[in-house]
Design a protein around this ligand. Structure first.
Ligand SMILES: Cc1cc2nc3c(=O)[nH]c(=O)nc-3n(C[C@H](O)[C@H](O)[C@H](O)COP(=O)(O)O)c2cc1C
Ligand SMILES: [Fe+2]
Ligand SMILES: [Fe+2]
Length: 428
């Protein structure tokens, strides 16, 4: 078409068709304003899922007042606001309750405040601090929960239960007793995008439970004692629905009871087991490998009942070593020095360490080298920074270990085992 013609043609504009937003509900006065993200594959950089996620949010409509529970990721703010409009008929909510302020839930708060800057935000004290730095607004109308307290919405009410470290220091639960509904934040969540939103409608139940477990391991795993405290707080609550901030709503008679039992199992410390020691190494010419063998012999002499696993890092993916790395009572890590450093496979292993739980874990380091020998001290520095208990002195041998070096390696294993696991003189 010529330009001139284009000017003459009157432009036929059809008004954009606004899609009717239909909302599902937990109860007639609890509408689901969740946003689905089916294509998400990586969460928080390190957590992978094959099933996407949802950022769950709920509009609670009392006879006098309304409240939104949780927001969503900033990328989905528009969809979320449309849902809020559909739920509240375009009116502002009377309250915004933030059970947790991680940006997957708080990212869209700024968009909400652009429209209605003065909405009272109900939040824990650490959550309030986070929100100030996440929204960078001076005018937040924050109402902080100090101990447990509640909010009257008319015929229904919201009760707030501080539940720190599930998943951040800021987290809390919100309980709606009149409908027996608990809004639990990340607790009992899963990165599992179920479009029909309830566990009763999940077709692949085993996959969902598997995702709930891997979500637990990544998100709650470092805070198991807090998980047990959270479960205790729920002991007197006989909820019909638990509405987490990711994945399906968990319903009584479907996965609710089982999920609580599973959470308790996953969070309960294992009963006393044989000592578990994991050794990780790599070795280009077999020198560091020979040290490893002899160290294991030394450890076994002192701790014959211990379970010692040995892992060649070149033959294993770091992800597969996660359990041995993070759930052993002590670690032995060996690397040759190549180009003035430890090998990338060893650094990749250290990247898998759960930094919260490595504190005070006994770790012994060893390796062979040719002339400069930086690998072992570099690894020691990293582990000391992570506040592991690094065994001194470390074992370093130049090039090919002699018989005396191999004996020394055995002695190193014996000393490490003895000092770490056997009562020392002067110990009480
Ligand atoms: C490519 C290459 C680079 C190396 N760079 C260093 C180095 O920078 N500093 C050092 O002390 N040794 C260096 N070495 C020597 C090794 O640390 C030494 O041969 C060691 O015993 C190898 O242990 P492995 O048999 O367990 O692989 C290097 C060896 C190779 C093959
Ligand atoms: Fe979180
Ligand atoms: Fe989350």
């Amino acid at each position: 078409m010529h330009k001139e013609q284009a000017h003459k043609e009157p432009r036929q504009e059809t008004p954009p068709q606004k899609e009717q937003v239909e909302l599902r509900q937990v109860a007639p006065d609890i509408l689901i304003t969740s946003v689905l993200n089916p294509s998400m594959r990586v969460f928080d950089i390190e957590m992978r899922t094959g099933y996407g996620t949802s950022y769950n949010s709920y509009a609670v409509i009392g006879s006098q007042k309304t409240a939104l529970i949780d927001a969503c990721h900033a990328s989905f703010a528009r969809d979320w606001l449309e849902k809020i409009d559909a739920a509240l008929g375009g009116m502002p909510p009377d309250y915004l309750v933030m059970n947790h302020t991680e940006p997957d839930h708080s990212g869209a708060v700024s968009a909400l405040l652009e429209r209605w800057p003065q909405i009272p935000i109900i939040v824990s004290a650490p959550g309030a601090m986070n929100l100030k730095h996440i929204t960078n607004r001076e005018d937040l109308n924050l109402q902080m929960i100090k101990t447990t307290s509640h909010l009257d919405l008319g015929d229904i009410s919201l009760h707030f239960i501080l539940a720190p470290f599930l998943h951040w220091p800021d987290t809390m639960f919100t309980w709606l007793p009149e409908r027996k509904v608990l809004f639990s934040g990340d607790f009992l969540g899963a990165h599992f995008c179920e479009p029909r939103l309830f566990d009763t409608q999940v077709l692949y139940r085993r996959d969902y439970i598997h995702e709930m477990e891997s979500y637990f391991n990544s998100i709650m795993g470092p805070f198991k004692s807090y998980v047990l405290q959270g479960l205790d707080k729920l002991a007197d609550i006989n909820a019909n629905f638990i509405c987490p901030s990711h994945g399906p709503i968990v319903t009584k008679g479907c996965e609710l009871e089982n999920s609580l039992v599973r959470y308790r199992q996953w969070a309960t410390p294992r009963p006393a087991q044989p000592t578990r020691i994991a050794l990780f190494y790599c070795s280009a010419y077999g020198n560091t490998a020979r040290l490893a063998e002899h160290i294991v012999q030394g450890v076994t002499e002192i701790l014959p009942a211990a379970h010692i696993s040995s892992h060649n890092l070149v033959l294993n993916e770091p992800g597969d070593l996660h359990e041995a790395l993070n759930n052993s009572d002590a670690l032995l890590i060996g690397s040759p020095t190549i180009n003035r450093d430890a090998l990338p496979v060893v650094w990749n292993l250290l990247a898998e360490i759960d930094a919260i739980n490595i504190v005070k874990r006994p770790v012994a380091l060893f390796g062979t080298y040719g002339w400069s020998g930086e690998a072992v001290p570099h690894l020691a520095a990293r582990l000391q920074n992570l506040r592991a208990r690094v065994f001194e002195p470390q074992l370093r041998v130049r090039f090919v270990p002699r018989a005396t070096d191999l004996e020394a390696a055995k002695g190193f294993g014996r000393n490490f085992a003895r000092q770490t696991f056997l009562p020392q003189e002067g110990d009480v």
